[in-house]
Write a protein that binds this ligand. Structure first.
Ligand code: SF4
Ligand code: SF4
Length: 322
């Protein structure tokens, strides 16, 4: 059971990306990381992406203790935004194309966003000299989408409560709780609220739920984990520490800028999350394998990628217990 893994602090979550709608990439990523020992997978809230993740798990040949989570966002949450180019302003300088780590910008007759690959990191928007790139929220209707995903036997729904709008957060949270009675995860960071308000929000959100039926994803800086540095992971540890000290009946997951150094830094700080979630960095270290069309048919290539992923998982889990 997912709960048992969390209790034992043996949970490693691969974040495929709430905005990652590239089914082929998700299948490969999940196959690699499942084979390497990852037991929890976070994918975008689309039936075809859940199916792709299931194919990845099947490919790994390990079906026991493999759990799927879908992520849903709220207006203002960067995880569910996509870049959009205003062609009236664009001067075709190519800066966005060069900076995008996810090959989500095409360079054909003009620079264009490949929507299904855009993860909403906002790097292109920040670098554009013409302010020609806007980040647009991709909101979904929970009542329409979530029942279809629940039918597919998902194990968790993650709600990105990253917004200053308390009313919107409360309404969306109530809606999710009405639709699904399984494990829920709340993803939060310190970007919008001060520490005190953040703790109060979580307290309010979990007070009517069964103890330990909620995971708090303590986010550092979302989608910032491209570098394997201590500084990148610092905010994730600080957010996890905040929730650990709050002593709430929840499981704590550390995410957002996480890398090979995250649980080591956490341990130095006396922070022991129940789960470590890694996205950008986990995808980056196997990127060249993901780009290979033969990955799932070439056993040698596949196992090479698995070996790289396994090192990340092993080192992360090693430091999670005191
Ligand atoms: S960075 Fe801005 S101006 Fe340059 S190609 Fe991209 S959208 Fe156009
Ligand atoms: S840089 Fe980030 S936001 Fe821009 S297209 Fe690439 S993935 Fe999307």
């Amino acid at each position: 059971m997912l709960k048992d893994l969390l209790e034992r602090r043996e949970c490693f979550k691969l974040v495929c990306g709430a905005g990652n709608e590239d089914a082929s990439e998700v299948e490969k990523l999940v196959a690699i990381y499942s084979k390497a020992g990852c037991n929890f997978f976070d994918v975008c809230a689309k039936p075809e992406i859940v199916d792709a993740a299931k194919r990845g798990i099947a490919h790994s040949g390990i079906l026991e203790d493999r759990y799927l989570c879908v992520s849903v966002g709220i207006d203002g949450d960067p995880h569910i935004t996509k870049a959009k180019i205003d062609f009236d302003r664009c001067i075709s300088c190519g800066a966005c194309y060069k900076i995008c780590e996810h090959e989500a910008i095409l360079n054909d007759s003009r620079y264009e966003i490949k929507k299904e690959r855009c993860l909403g990191c906002g790097q292109c928007s920040k670098i554009c000299p013409q302010q020609a790139i806007e980040m647009e929220s991709q909101l979904i209707n929970y009542n329409e989408v979530l029942p279809q995903l629940i039918e597919k036997n998902i194990d968790c729904i993650e709600f990105h409560a990253i917004s200053e709008n308390e009313k919107d957060v409360d309404e969306k949270w109530a809606q999710i709780n009405e639709i699904y009675d399984g494990m829920l995860c709340i993803s939060l960071d310190r970007s919008e609220l001060g520490d005190k308000n953040l703790k109060e929000r979580v307290r309010r959100m979990v007070e009517f739920r069964e103890p330990f039926s909620t995971i708090i994803q303590a986010d550092g800086i979302a989608m910032s984990g491209n570098d394997d540095e201590l500084g990148t992971t610092l905010q994730a540890v600080a957010t996890a520490q905040l929730f650990q000290n709050a002593n709430l009946p929840v499981y704590i997951m550390m995410s957002g800028g996480t890398n090979t150094k995250s649980t080591e830094l956490a341990k130095h700080c006396g922070v022991y999350p129940h789960c470590i979630a890694i996205g950008s960095f986990a995808r980056k270290i196997v990127k060249k394998y993901l780009q290979n069309d033969n990955l799932l048919t070439d056993e040698k290539l596949f196992l090479e990628a698995v070996e790289i992923a396994k090192k990340l998982i092993d080192i992360s889990l090693e430091n999670m217990s005191d």
